[in-house]
Design a protein around this ligand. Structure first.
Ligand code: 0A1
Ligand code: ZN
Length: 885
C-alpha cells in the first residue's frame, strides 16, 4: 500500500458546516512569477450546527499547494499557537461567534499543470474551481453548501492583461502605478466557491445582446484570442436560442446584466458554468464553416446550452455535497438534450443519447467503477464526473418526465426552483418537489438513485388465437455491482406499441372492458414495479409484432428473441423512429455476431443487404434517420455485448459485413452520393447535415472496397470542400482506405493547410490515432513526437492517446499486449503533471475482465504496473485499485 492512499468519503458522514461565510472579498495581484491572493472572509457560526452552537468548534479551512503569507482575525495577527497548517487544512483553534478573517496566500499559476484552481493557458490566466479547485487559490471552506457573496478585485499588467474578468458585474476600474491596472467585480448572488471564476488576458471581445421575457436587456460577451475572432458567431447564436428556450420551456429567466463566455485552449473538461462567466474548452465553443464539422457544431450548441441552463439547475439551486452531483448534472443534461431535440430532430437526438448510454454507460455500470447516480462513497470526486452521473442521471430525470407527463413535470420543476432558490440541496429534494407537485408516489422510483447497475428486462410472449389475447411477460433483474448485491426491483416506465401484419398500429386494450369502450390507446407506458409482470392485450385477431421500450423509455437492457423477419418488419413499419433504428441495429448485430470466427463460406444474410438497399435508395424516407440507420453498430458496442470479447475477431466480422454490403450495394452507393451533392451554398440545417452525412457514409464504404469511382469522388470532395464536414469526411475515408498515396497526400495537405489552428490540428491527430491503418503504435509514437503535440495540453493528449485507446480498438487490443503497455506508460507519465487526465485516460484498461483471457491477463498486468508507480496520485490510485479489486 502506498503511503498516499486517499481517504474514502461517505455520504453517511455528511455534517452541516460549522461556520458559514457571508461575504468573500478577494484581491488578486497577478504577476509572471506568481500571484498573491488577499482574501477577507466574514464568518459566523452556523445556527444549524448544534455542536458548534454548544461548544464552539475550531475553524477548518481547506487549502492545497498554498503558501500562507499572513493570517489576521478581526484585525489582529493570529498567534502561531492558535493555528495550524497541514497539507490540506488550515485550522484556527479559537474563534468567536462572528469574525473577519484576512488571509494572504502566494500561489504559482504558471507552474500549475493540474489545471485546477488558478493556472495559465498560454498567455492568459484562468480558473477551474469545480469541484475542489478553489482551495488551490486560498484557504476556504471549499464545499458547495457554504455559499457566500463574492467581490473580486484583479490587478495585473495593463498591456499583457487588458481584459480582467470575474463573476457578476464590474463595479470599478482604474490604473495603478508601474503600468498596472485593476477591475473590481461584484456578484450579488451568494454562491459556493466552485462557481468562482477569474480570467485575465489579451482577449478580443465579441458583443451581442438578449432581451429577456420581462424586457431586461442582457449584454452577451464572448472573449477569445484575437486569432479566433471569426469563430464566435455560432456559440453566441446558440446561447440566444438556449436563453429563449429556457424561458419558454421552464419559465427561467437570466438574472444578471452580463453573461460572458471565455474560450481557453488548456482545459481538463468541456466547459464550466461559473456564475455569469462560463469558461469553455476552445474545442467546445469555437467554430467556423471551414474548421468545424457538423458534429462539432451540434456539440457546441448543446454544451453552450448546458452551461447556460446550469444558471438555474446548478447555480441558483446547487448541490448540498458532491454526492448530489447528478442533481445538477443529470437534470441539466436532460434539459440540454430536450433543447437539442427541439432545435433539430428529437428522434435523432434520442438515438445519439441512447448510443452513448448503451455503449459507454452500460459498460461503466458493468465494470469495477460502477456506482449509483447518487454514490454512497468516493475517494476523489473528480473521478465521479462520469457517464453514470451525467447521462444515466439524465435518463432518470427523463423517466420522471415520462411518468408525470410534460405538464406535471413542469409544475414539479417550478416548485423545485421556487422552493430551493438560493439553497444547496439533494437529489431527494428534487424528487420530493416532483412528488408534491404531481401527487405521485416516487418512493420506489428513488431506487434509481441508490442502486447501481443496468436493469435487464427478459421478455417473452405468446398469442392465444382462440381468445384473441396477446400475453406479454416481463421479468426484471438488476446485476450485482461492487459493494451492492440482492437488489430490489425498480420502477420502470416501459413504452409499448403493437403492430398488425400490414404495419398498422393496433389498439392496446388491457381488458375486455377497455376493448369494449373503444378508447384503448395505440401506445402505452406500462409501469413495471415488480420482479415480474404479465400483461394481456385483448381484441387482437392475429399475432401482433411488439415494439418494445419505445423511445428507449428507460435505461435498461432488453432481451427478447426477435426473428430477423420481425426486425426487418419493425425497421420498415414502426411508427416510432427510435425503434425503427433500433431494429436495424439489432439485425446488424445478429448478422455480425454470426460472422465472428465463421468459415469463409458463410455469407451475409441477403435480407440485411435488401434492407440497406432500401435505406440507401429510397429518397422519400426521413434522410436524417436513414443517415443514422446506415451506421453499423461500433466495435465498442459489439464488445460491450460480449463476455470474453475478442476485439480483433469482432472487428474482422464487422468489416466482413461492411465490405459485403459495400460490394453488393456499390451502384446504389454511387447513386446516393451523387443524389446528395450540394449544389447551393453551405447550410447548417438538418437536411443539409443529413445530405453530408449520407454522402460521407457512401464515400467511406466505396473507399473501403477500393472503388475507383469512389476514389475520384473522394479526391474531388477533398479538393473542393468549402466546409470541414466534407473535408474531414474525405480525409477520414482516405485514412481508412487502402489508397496509401492518397492517404499520405491528403494528410499532408490537411496539415499544411491548417497547422496554425490548434482545434483543427487536434482533429488531424485524432483521425490518425483512431484509424486501423495509421493508428499502429509506431505511428502513434511518431504523433507524440510531432512538433504540434503538447504534453501539457489535454486536448492534444485526448486526440492522440485517448483516441488510440478509446476508439482504435483493434490496435489497442493488439494480441501482443503492446497497446496496453503503451497506455500504461503514458498514463504513468501524465500522472505527474495532470492526475485528473491520467485517471480518465486509464479507463479502457479498467474493463479488463470483459475480454478473452489472453487479452485480460495482459490488461491486468498493465494495471498492476501503474499501481506500482512511485508517487501514484490519489486520482489514479482510486481507479486502479478499484479496478484490480
Ligand atoms: N460542471 C461542468 C463540468 C466540469 C466538471 C469538472 C471540471 O473540472 C474538474 C470542469 C468542468 C459541466 O457539467 O459542464
Ligand atoms: Zn454540467
Amino acid at each position: 500500500m502506498p503511503s498516499n492512499q486517499p481517504q474514502t468519503i461517505y455520504l453517511s458522514d455528511y455534517k452541516v458546516p460549522a461556520y458559514l461565510v457571508d461575504t468573500a472579498d478577494l484581491r488578486f495581484e497577478l504577476f509572471e512569477d506568481g500571484a498573491r491572493v488577499h482574501s477577507t472572509l466574514a464568518f459566523r457560526r452556523n445556527p444549524d450546527c448544534q455542536e458548534n452552537q454548544e461548544t464552539g468548534a475550531p475553524l477548518q479551512l481547506h487549502g492545497d499547494s498554498l503558501k500562507l503569507e499572513s493570517l489576521v482575525l478581526n484585525g489582529e495577527a493570529v498567534a502561531p499557537s492558535n493555528y495550524n497548517v497541514s497539507d490540506e487544512l488550515l485550522t484556527v483553534n479559537q474563534v468567536p461567534q462572528h469574525f473577519t478573517l484576512q488571509v494572504v496566500t502566494w500561489i504559482e499559476p504558471q507552474n500549475n499543470t493540474r489545471l485546477e484552481g488558478l493556472y495559465k493557458s498560454a498567455a492568459m490566466f484562468c480558473t477551474q474551481c469545480e469541484a475542489e479547485g478553489f482551495r488551490c487559490i486560498t484557504y476556504f471552506p471549499d464545499r458547495p453548501d457554504v455559499m457566500a457573496r463574492f467581490s473580486t478585485r484583479i490587478e495585473a499588467d495593463k498591456t499583457a492583461y487588458p481584459v480582467l474578468l470575474s463573476n457578476g458585474n464590474p463595479v470599478e476600474q482604474g490604473d495603478l502605478s508601474d503600468g498596472r491596472h485593476f477591475v473590481t467585480w461584484e456578484d450579488p448572488f451568494p454562491k459556493p466557491a466552485y462557481l468562482f471564476a477569474l480570467v485575465a488576458g489579451d482577449l478580443l471581445e465579441k458583443q451581442d445582446s438578449f432581451t429577456t421575457m420581462s424586457g431586461r436587456k442582457v449584454d452577451l460577451r464572448m472573449y477569445v484570442e484575437p486569432r479566433n475572432s471569426e469563430k464566435c458567431e455560432y456559440a453566441l447564436d446558440s446561447l440566444k436560442r438556449a436563453m429563449a428556450w429556457d424561458e419558454q420551456t421552464y419559465g427561467r429567466e437570466y438574472d444578471l446584466d452580463i453573461f460572458m463566455i471565455v474560450a481557453v485552449d488548456d482545459f481538463n473538461m468541456g466547459a464550466m458554468e461559473n456564475k455569469g462567466l462560463n469558461i469553455f474548452n476552445s474545442s467546445c465553443v469555437l467554430a467556423s464553416q471551414e474548421t468545424a464539422t457538423d458534429m462539432a457544431f451540434e456539440r457546441i450548441e448543446s454544451i453552450v446550452a448546458h452551461e447556460y441552463f446550469h444558471n438555474w439547475s446548478g447555480n441558483r439551486v446547487t448541490c448540498r455535497d458532491w454526492f448530489q452531483l447528478s442533481l445538477k448534472e443529470g437534470f441539466t443534461v436532460f434539459r440540454d438534450t430536450q433543447f437539442s431535440g427541439d432545435m433539430g430532430s428529437a428522434t435523432v437526438k434520442r438515438i445519439e443519447s441512447a448510443t452513448v448510454l448503451r455503449t459507454a454507460q452500460f459498460a461503466e455500470d458493468a465494470g469495477p467503477m460502477a456506482h449509483s447516480v447518487r454514490p454512497a462513497s468516493y475517494m476523489e470526486i473528480t473521478n465521479f464526473y462520469t457517464l453514470t452521473i451525467y447521462v444515466k442521471g439524465a435518463e432518470v430525470v427523463r423517466m420522471i418526465h415520462t411518468l408525470l407527463g410534460p405538464d406535471l413535470f413542469r409544475k414539479g420543476s417550478d416548485l423545485y426552483f421556487e422552493r430551493h432558490d438560493g439553497q444547496a440541496v439533494t437529489t431527494d429534494d428534487f424528487v420530493k418537489a416532483m412528488e408534491d407537485a404531481s401527487g405521485r408516489d416516487l418512493g420506489q422510483f428513488r431506487l434509481w438513485y441508490e442502486q447501481a447497475g443496468t436493469p435487464q428486462l427478459a421478455i417473452s410472449d405468446e398469442y392465444d388465437e382462440s381468445a384473441g389475447v396477446y400475453h406479454l411477460h416481463v421479468k426484471q433483474t438488476l446485476p450485482d455491482t461492487p459493494g451492492q448485491t440482492d437488489k430490489q426491483p425498480q420502477h420502470i416506465p416501459f413504452a409499448l406499441g403493437l403492430l398488425g401484419s400490414r404495419g398498422e398500429a393496433l389498439a392496446l386494450a388491457l381488458s375486455a372492458d377497455e376493448l369494449a369502450s373503444g378508447d384503448a390507446p395505440q401506445e402505452r407506458v406500462l409501469e413495471l414495479t415488480e420482479a415480474s409482470h404479465s400483461f394481456e392485450f385483448h381484441g387482437l385477431s392475429e399475432r401482433p409484432v411488439s415494439s418494445l421500450l419505445r423511445h428507449f423509455s428507460a435505461p435498461v437492457r432488453v432481451s427478447y428473441s426477435w426473428t430477423r423477419e420481425q426486425l426487418l418488419f419493425l425497421m420498415n413499419h414502426d411508427s416510432d423512429g427510435f425503434n425503427r433504428w433500433d431494429a436495424g441495429q439489432r439485425l446488424a448485430i445478429d448478422v455480425i455476431q454470426q460472422m465472428i470466427g465463421a468459415p469463409k463460406d458463410v455469407t451475409v444474410d441477403a435480407r440485411l443487404v435488401g434492407a440497406f438497399r432500401h435505406l440507401i435508395s429510397d429518397a422519400d424516407l426521413d434522410q436524417a434517420l436513414v443517415a443514422k440507420m446506415l451506421v453499423l453498430p461500433t466495435v465498442a458496442y459489439l464488445a460491450e455485448l460480449t463476455d470474453g470479447a475478442d476485439v480483433p475477431a469482432i472487428h474482422r466480422a464487422r468489416r466482413r459485413v461492411l465490405k459485403h454490403l459495400a460490394i453488393a450495394l456499390r451502384d446504389e452507393l454511387v447513386a446516393c452520393y451523387r443524389r446528395n451533392i450540394d449544389s447551393g451554398p453551405y447550410q447548417l440545417g438538418p437536411e443539409a447535415v443529413a445530405r453530408r452525412s449520407l454522402r460521407n457514409t457512401a464515400l467511406a464504404w466505396l473507399l473501403l472496397i477500393n472503388d475507383e469511382e469512389g476514389r475520384s469522388l473522394g479526391l474531388g470532395q477533398y479538393r473542393d470542400a468549402d466546409n470541414m464536414t466534407d473535408r474531414m469526411g474525405a480525409l477520414k475515408a482516405f485514412v481508412n482506405s487502402g489508397y496509401d498515396d492518397d492517404r499520405a497526400a491528403t494528410l499532408n495537405d490537411f496539415y499544411q493547410t491548417f497547422q496554425h489552428d490548434p482545434q483543427v490540428v487536434e482533429q488531424w491527430f485524432s483521425v490518425q490515432a483512431a484509424s486501423r491503418r495509421t493508428g499502429q503504435l509506431s505511428h502513434i509514437h511518431a504523433l507524440l513526437e510531432h512538433p504540434a503535440f503538447d504534453w501539457k495540453n489535454p486536448n492534444k493528449i485526448r486526440a492522440v492517446i485517448g483516441a488510440f485507446a478509446g476508439q482504435n480498438l483493434v490496435n489497442f487490443h493488439n494480441p501482443d499486449g503492446s497497446g496496453y503497455q503503451f497506455l500504461a506508460d503514458q498514463v504513468c507519465k501524465l500522472d505527474d503533471s495532470n492526475p485528473q487526465i491520467a485517471a480518465r485516460l486509464v479507463s479502457p484498461l479498467t474493463r479488463w475482465r470483459k475480454f478473452a483471457p489472453e487479452y485480460s491477463q495482459q490488461m491486468q498486468a498493465a494495471l498492476m504496473q501503474i499501481r506500482d508507480k512511485e508517487n501514484l496520485s490519489g486520482d489514479l490510485y482510486e481507479v486502479v485499485y478499484k479496478s484490480l479489486a
